[in-house]
Design a binder for this molecule. Structure first.
Ligand code: ADE
Length: 424
């Protein structure tokens, strides 16, 4: 490790590096698409000399992405995109074994979280990689002098894309962003299958409660909500969806779920999961109407979906029952169990999406970083979707890794699709 690298990190304990290294190796076996990109990157060096600041959940999967970007020639600094999601052993391995600057400690307070981000930003990013748009927002609010060096960025998650589109609409966005979240190979795998499995994992690991037979309320029927509902149903729960969008509500109904206003779910729900991206979906008044023993958690990016302050105000007693399970005894005597402090439950109380899922998301991140380097001059200060050729290439590589072959169009079929004269 160079002196520069030794100076540039803030992690919990470098002694955890070996444990982290083995976990990273374990995860990387499930990430063949990223591996094939890393192999190409190490020969072609498409990111040579580029400084990349990544603000992502510091997990084994993120470690594989960091190693891929490094193989491509990037200079990296990594900070956490959530104070609770860092795996300290992974952070240690990245510093010790991969010589990457990491600023992240699980459980860091909000002040340290932003200090870490600023230390990462101090390398002077040319590319930013965000999960929730906190880096873009910090650069635009507090570190404007660094903006001139940035040629582009990527955004991993729905919440971040919404914030960035709002910035672009206000004319405030100072550099182009590729919305990795919007790639089909990202949201199909990550938001639906990833959030579906890992949210249930977070609830089960933290509570050890039986899902079968429970009344399981999911707020929001976007890609994430769909995944959670699907997996809860698979466990045998009676799943109820709450929605504000008539299109999503009708889709949930046709998918076989009960749909009703959140108020009507309160007296019957055993478990509540928010997946909306908006604030105060479960408000203070909701808690008062819930059943004694209700379990409440959030799987949206920010801890704003549950009115935690409101819950604190009406709680006369609080106890930590198990890791990540906080009991709130309300003035009316009922007990509400908040998981992971209302933070994204799959990362706070479990390990986030499985590696095979992040393989797709992070393959998109790596190829979009390369795309930015090659196309920055042509891009405006806007939010762009992932180019279709990248999306398709990732699906192709995943199918190849899974040993699945597909058909190709015959010349006659191609001609038919291009023509408009031919009918019945
Ligand atoms: N977001 C959700 N799951 C994740 C994971 N395993 N690694 C990084 N980011 C994630």
């Amino acid at each position: 490790m160079t002196k520069h690298d030794i100076l540039k990190h803030d992690i919990k304990d470098i002694g955890l590096a070996e444990k982290g290294r083995l976990k990273i190796e374990w995860a990387s076996r499930e990430m063949p698409v990223l591996k094939s990109i890393a192999d190409r990157f190490s020969k072609e060096k498409p990111l040579k000399g580029m400084s990349v600041v990544a603000c992502l959940h510091v997990t084994t999967e993120t470690a594989s992405l960091m190693e891929t970007l490094k193989a491509g020639g990037a200079e990296l600094a990594l900070c956490a995109s959530n104070p609770l999601s860092t795996q300290d052993d992974v952070a240690a391995s990245l510093v010790k074994n991969s010589e990457i600057s990491v600023f992240a400690i699980k459980g860091e307070d909000t002040e340290t979280y932003y200090q870490h981000m600023k230390r990462a930003l101090s390398i002077g990013p040319q590319i930013t990689m965000d999960d929730g748009a906190d880096v873009v927002s910090t650069l635009h609010k507090d570190e404007r002098s660094l903006l001139k060096g940035v040629i582009g960025g990527t955004e991993e998650t729905t919440t971040g894309v919404i914030r960035l589109r709002a910035m672009a609409a206000d004319g405030a966005l100072e550099y182009p962003i590729i919305a990795v979240n919007d790639a089909y190979t990202k949201h199909l795998f990550d938001n639906r299958y990833g959030t579906g499995q890992s949210t249930l994992d977070g609830i089960i690991r933290s509570t050890n409660r039986l899902i079968a037979g429970s009344v399981f309320v999911v707020s929001g029927y976007g890609w994430c909500g769909k995944g959670v509902a699907m997996r809860a149903k698979g466990h045998g729960a009676r799943v109820i969806i709450t929605e504000i969008d008539p299109l999503k509500a009708i889709e949930a109904t046709m998918d076989g779920y009960e749909v009703m206003p959140i108020r009507d779910t309160l007296k019957i729900g055993d478990m509540f999961v928010t997946a909306t991206g908006d604030i105060n979906v479960i408000s203070r008044e909701c808690f008062e109407l819930m059943k004694d023993g209700a379990i409440v958690c959030n799987t949206g990016h920010f801890n704003v979906e549950i009115d935690i302050e409101g819950l604190d105000k009406i709680s006369k007693k609080r106890r930590i029952m198990r890791d990540y399970v906080e009991e709130h005894t309300l003035e009316n005597g009922k007990r509400i169990y908040l998981i992971g402090g209302g933070r994204i439950v799959n990362l706070a109380a479990a390990e986030g999406h499985p590696s095979a899922v992040m393989d797709m998301s992070f393959a998109n991140q790596a190829l979009c970083a390369e795309y930015i380097v090659n196309n920055a001059k042509r891009l405006d200060k806007k939010v762009y979707g992932v180019p279709e050729e990248i999306d398709k290439e990732i699906a192709r590589l995943k199918l190849e890794a899974m040993g699945i072959k597909i058909d190709t169009l015959t010349p006659q079929q191609e001609k038919y699709l291009r023509s408009w004269e031919m009918g019945t």
